[in-house]
Design a protein around this ligand. Structure first.
Ligand code: SF4
Ligand code: SF4
Length: 254
């Protein structure tokens, strides 16, 4: 069941005569062996899908920059599901060079992509990670990383956890992504601009920050569309000087 969420599951998939019924029948007839889903929804809804008992494996997003599914992954594993990860390198965001990412563990890694993959492989609840590759060199690099028997030692994991917690704290200081400041009458996606800036400010991923900004610009949601009406600032619980910060985002990333 490709790219589902709880709403789709309840209203389109697990309905009389729907795909779930047919899939279960196909399994009973031996035409297929396993029923699986890929997922884009909240971690709470992920747990509800696991609890339907209809699925044997799942494919979900998980990486250094987005650990929101971590607990749900652990829950799924405890219920016997196979866990496949999509976007282990953050959909390419962690493929960009970053000294800070490469030095998340004391011995360092050859690339930020290596750090990202080793982080995912070191989670005992992960069975397989699907990492996009565009040339032979990347394939060889991924095979090398996937062959490391112990992706992270206990000490490395502890250090990494501590640094990631601190980075998340820094990112939240800047903007928690609560969305209270939205909508902007001129279409600026304020939290997404700050997320782009955090890639640079917190993780030293300048190329990733710039390409994220470029996408926002293509959708007319970038910081430079701000007309400084100041409607958003009073709504921010973090008291962020949004207009000033957006100016900084535009000057660094545009
Ligand atoms: S100040 Fe800028 S970002 Fe804030 S609401 Fe006005 S146009 Fe939008
Ligand atoms: S209200 Fe403040 S903290 Fe929340 S998303 Fe907007 S800028 Fe970020």
């Amino acid at each position: 069941m490709w790219a589902i969420n709880l709403d789709k599951y309840e209203n389109l998939i697990d309905v009389k005569g729907g795909p779930m019924e047919e899939a279960l029948k196909a399994k009973e007839e031996g035409l297929i062996r396993h029923i699986s889903f890929s997922f884009h929804d909240t971690p709470e809804n992920l747990i509800k899908l696991v609890d339907t008992g209809n699925f044997e494996t799942m494919l979900v997003q998980y990486n250094l920059l987005d650990r929101s599914n971590e607990q749900a992954i652990s829950y799924a594993k405890s219920k016997g599901l196979g866990v496949a990860i999509m976007g282990p390198v953050g959909g390419g965001r962690l493929g960009a060079p970053s000294e800070q990412i490469q030095k998340l563990i004391p011995k360092g890694t050859k690339s930020s992509a290596e750090m990202a993959l080793r982080f995912v492989f070191s989670n005992p609840n992960v069975d397989v990670a699907l990492s996009g590759m565009s040339d032979l060199k990347m394939l060889q690099e991924n095979v090398r990383i996937a062959s490391i028997v112990e992706p992270l030692s206990k000490e490395e994991k502890d250090t990494l956890e501590e640094i990631l917690r601190e980075k998340q704290r820094l990112a939240n200081l800047y903007c928690t992504g609560c969305n209270y400041c939205m909508p902007c009458p001129n279409g600026v996606d304020i939290p997404k601009n700050f997320t782009a800036m955090n890639y640079f400010r917190v993780y030293d991923l300048l190329d990733t920050a710039k390409s994220t900004y470029e996408k926002l610009k293509n959708d007319q949601k970038a910081a430079e569309s701000c007309i400084q009406c100041y409607q958003c600032e009073s709504k921010c619980p973090q008291k962020i000087k949004i207009v000033e910060q957006l100016e900084e985002v535009a000057s660094k990333l545009a």
